[in-house]
Ligand binder design. Structure first.
Ligand SMILES: C[S@@+](CC[C@H](N)C(=O)[O-])C[C@H]1O[C@@H](n2cnc3c(N)ncnc32)[C@H](O)[C@@H]1O
Length: 535
């Protein structure tokens, strides 16, 4: 699995919601964070090999090396961002990944070795600063940037020899409640699947890392009985959607750095800035290009001009008439789990394409996925209808440096989930040849003799660029959609995608193929780039 962004590596399409601070100072702080991480990793490596002979269990040796490296640095005053704070931490950007949890401590992102909640102050005067979200607890991350976080205290999913008891409104739990009451933001760090690229070799297969996902607001706190019979606190947090950094409002000519909370509460007059201080001056030129047709508004952000002349649609327009094969739906009334009985699963060669969370279970190599549809007896929430409920995440159209428009996500997208469809006018394939050199929005379908042209009518899918290291895959999905049983082109996440990251797919690896146009030089910036968009 591809990594998102190891610390220090900046990628196109990323927007940095840093607190107001001069660029030079930000760079200086980032340099300090980077330096602290280098010292930590070097120390850890040395300690790890020193402890090799002392510990027969490599996991124990690793744990001690990690802890000792952090404590040695503390003794030498090598930790950075030492003062606990609410809000972003200078030098750390949303989307930064860290290999080890102790790295969060030494850079000041989350200053707790094991506790999931970190906070400042005491009792009723405390405020939560950060939480680490792992799947050890019943924490649930929902689509669209909200999550349910289980409070701290006795937890049945953690090895615990004592008797279970009710969670108490003290420490971190109280701090989260105080943050809710005071409407103060909390940093969220996600434990995400996937190896850390360029990480330290340690013989222990670390299949996860930690990603800073930005600021959230605690919206609600409830107390419920957990599976172990005792009371637990549940906190509902919503991601704060921040404006891109250095965002210029077209009306007032101000540069806005964030939102109304705490240290982000700042507006700076553009004329006060030194020349060359900021590289980008992104302007929100449209608040919702879909004009309310999508579940989430899709804004358009740019620092330059670009052509946007097309009609936004959310469903394919069938221009030609097609002989539509009749699809017979399934008769499942208790969920489509029987690979032999469910008529739709049978069409997928007897394999269930999605898991219970509607995530693709593996990379799709076959031609198409057959989902349940309107003539099936299963419910509309059946997991085998993963791509039929529209957008699940806030996406944004932005102007890239060298690829024209592109699409980036404003919230974290977990690996395997449906992201969006490629919508346009559906024609017979024989038409495609005559249009070939006109535009770059035509995709040939693999399954039927047709193609989708999003030149004049399309949706957000038409703005997704090619990458030689993509984070989306395009899949043809067929379902009984009233009378249109032609395939749809659906994009699914190939990996966890952090907020702010551009979403891309490989125009050549997918079964639906883009028709080659004149412009073929690839600017994806991947180390694996083959230099061409269309092969
Ligand atoms: C489907 S459109 C993608 C959206 C397009 N960037 C826009 O501005 O509307 C495909 C076109 O985008 C550009 N493009 C996509 N990926 C690219 C890449 N990796 N490098 C350079 N140009 C790219 C090429 O002009 C290509 O023909």
């Amino acid at each position: 699995m591809e990594d998102s962004k190891p610390f220090g590596m900046k990628q196109e399409g990323y927007s940095n919601p840093s607190p107001i601070m001069k660029t030079e100072e930000l760079l200086f702080r980032r340099g300090k964070v980077k330096q602290a991480l280098m010292i930590f990793r070097d120390l850890f490596s040395k300690l790890l090999s020193a402890y090799k002979t002392d510990y027969s269990n490599p996991a124990k040796g690793k744990y001690k090396a990690l802890r000792d490296a952090a404590m040695l640095m503390k003794k030498k005053y090598q930790w950075v961002n030492c003062q606990k704070r609410v809000g972003h931490v200078p030098g750390i950007e949303v989307g930064d990944r860290f290999q080890y949890r102790n790295e969060l401590i030494i850079v000041g992102l989350h200053r707790q070795f094991t506790n999931g909640i970190d906070y400042v102050g005491k009792g009723n005067y405390s405020l939560a600063t950060s939480i680490v979200v792992t799947n050890r607890y019943d924490n649930a991350r929902n689509h669209g940037g909200s999550l349910v976080y289980i409070g701290q205290g006795w937890n049945p999913n953690v090895r615990n020899d004592s008797m279970p008891c009710d969670q108490k409104l003290v420490g971190g739990n109280l701090a989260l409640k105080n943050s809710m009451d005071a409407r103060r933001p909390v940093r969220v760090i996600l434990k995400v699947d996937g190896e850390y690229v360029g990480g330290i070799e340690n013989n222990i297969n670390d299949k996860f890392s930690y990603m800073y996902d930005g600021l959230y607001l605690v919206e609600k706190m409830t107390q419920e009985r957990g599976t172990h019979g005792k009371l637990v606190f549940k906190f509902l947090l919503n991601k704060i959607v921040e404006k891109p950094s250095k965002c210029v409002s077209p009306k007032d000519g101000l540069i806005k750095n964030g939102n109304k909370f705490g240290q982000l509460d700042a507006f700076t007059l553009r004329k006060r800035l030194k020349p060359n201080c900021y590289a980008t001056k992104d302007v929100i030129i449209m608040n919702d290009i879909s004009k309310g047709q999508e579940k989430f508004p899709i804004r358009v952000v740019t620092s330059t001009n670009g052509d946007l002349s097309f009609d936004y649609i959310v469903n394919n327009i069938y221009v030609d008439s097609f002989k539509k094969p009749m699809l017979c739906g399934c008769d499942c009334v208790n969920g489509c789990v029987d690979c032999e009985k469910c008529a739709c699963i049978v069409k997928n060669c007897g394999t269930i394409p999605y898991d219970s969370k509607k995530r693709l279970t593996s990379r799709v190599e076959s031609c198409a996925i057959y989902e349940c549809g309107s003539s099936c007896k299963c419910s509309s929430s059946c997991f085998n209808r993963a791509s039929q409920s529209g957008l699940q995440f806030q996406l944004e159209i932005f102007h890239t440096e060298s690829k024209g428009w592109g699409v980036r996500t404003r919230s974290f997208i977990p690996s395997g989930v449906f992201v969006c469809e490629y919508v346009g006018e559906v024609h017979h394939r024989r038409e495609a040849g005559s249009r070939q050199n006109l535009d770059s929005y035509i995709v040939n379908m693999a399954v039927n003799e047709c193609f989708i042209d999003a030149t004049r009518h399309g949706n957000i899918g038409r703005f997704i660029n090619h990458s030689c290291s993509p984070n989306l895959q395009a899949v043809e999905v067929v379902y009984d959609d009233k009378d249109k049983n032609l395939p749809h082109i659906m994009f699914f996440a190939l990996q966890d995608i952090p907020a702010g990251r551009e979403v891309t797919f490989d125009y050549n690896s997918c079964k639906p193929r883009f028709i080659r146009t004149g412009n073929n030089a690839c600017h994806c910036g991947s180390p694996k780039c083959v230099g061409r968009i269309y092969i």
